[in-house]
Design a protein around this ligand. Structure first.
Ligand SMILES: [Zn+2]
Ligand SMILES: [Zn+2]
Length: 222
C-alpha cells in the first residue's frame, strides 16, 4: 500500500445539495477520529444536521470557501447549533459577510444573518480536522476573498466557485474580475498537479488534469 492510498482511506465525505442554487455543501471527516467539518453550509440547516446524524461523526468546525449567500447562508445558524468555530474565507470577502441579510432578501432566502468568522484565512495557512490537514490557497477573481482547501496527502482540493467541471466561476458580480480569476487558476490550481481531484461549489467535481486539457476557459477556446 502506498502512502497515498493509505491517506485516501483516512477520509470520508458526503455532499448535501443546499439552497435553490444546488450548492454542494460538504460534510468531510477523518475516518480515524470521526472528527468532521462542514464546508459551505449555504442553507437548509436541518438537512445538513440530518446528514451529520446519519454519518455518525462529530462536527468540530465550519469552513467557508467564500462569502456568497449560497455558501454562507446557514453558517451562523449552524455555528450556534453545533457550538463550533467558523474558519474562512479570506478577509477580502468581509463586505459579503456583512451583507448576508441584504443578499438573502434579493434571492428570497429568509432567516439568514450577517456574521464574522472566528478565523480569517490567508495564503499559506493550514487548517485541520482530526488527522487531515489542508493548505489554504487565496484564489481571488470569483470573489476577492475566495480560498481553496488543498490536501497534498489526499491529492484532493475543495475549490469553491473558482473552477468548475468544464467552466470557471462567474466574475460579473461585485468584487469579481475575470482576468484575476484565470490568473488564480493558472498560477495556483494548475500547478497542484493533474492527478489532484476536486469538488466544486456546484455540479460534478473533476480533476486538475481534466480541466487543464479540456476546460475551454483554460485551453484558450474561450
Ligand atoms: Zn460564489
Ligand atoms: Zn456558489
Amino acid at each position: 500500500m502506498t502512502q497515498e492510498t493509505e491517506a485516501k482511506a483516512k477520509a470520508g465525505a458526503v455532499i448535501i445539495p443546499v439552497t435553490p442554487f444546488e450548492q454542494n455543501c460538504m460534510l468531510l471527516w477523518c475516518e480515524a477520529t470521526k472528527k468532521a467539518v462542514v464546508i459551505d453550509p449555504g442553507g437548509d440547516v436541518p438537512k445538513i444536521q440530518d446528514a451529520i446524524k446519519q454519518s455518525n461523526v462529530n462536527v468540530e468546525k465550519i469552513w467557508l470557501t467564500h462569502g456568497h449567500i449560497d455558501h454562507v447562508g446557514g453558517a451562523a445558524e449552524l455555528r450556534d447549533a453545533l457550538k463550533v468555530p467558523i474558519e474562512g474565507p479570506h478577509i477580502a470577502d468581509k463586505f459579503l459577510l456583512d451583507n448576508v441579510v441584504t443578499s438573502g432578501a434579493r434571492f428570497g432566502m429568509s432567516g439568514v444573518r450577517d456574521f464574522a468568522p472566528d478565523r480569517w484565512l490567508n495564503e499559506g495557512d493550514q487548517v485541520s480536522i482530526g488527522e487531515l490537514s489542508f493548505a489554504i490557497l487565496h484564489c481571488p477573481g470569483h470573489s476577492p476573498g475566495s480560498v481553496v482547501f488543498f490536501s497534498k496527502a489526499m491529492r484532493f482540493a475543495h475549490v469553491g466557485d473558482v473552477l468548475f467541471n468544464g467552466s470557471v466561476g462567474r466574475s460579473d458580480i461585485p468584487g469579481g474580475d475575470h482576468a484575476t480569476l484565470i490568473k488564480s487558476i493558472t498560477k495556483k490550481l494548475l500547478p497542484l498537479g493533474d492527478d489532484v481531484g476536486f469538488i466544486c461549489g456546484h455540479g460534478p467535481g473533476s480533476s486538475i488534469g481534466q480541466e487543464r486539457m479540456t476546460n475551454p476557459f483554460l485551453t484558450g477556446a474561450m
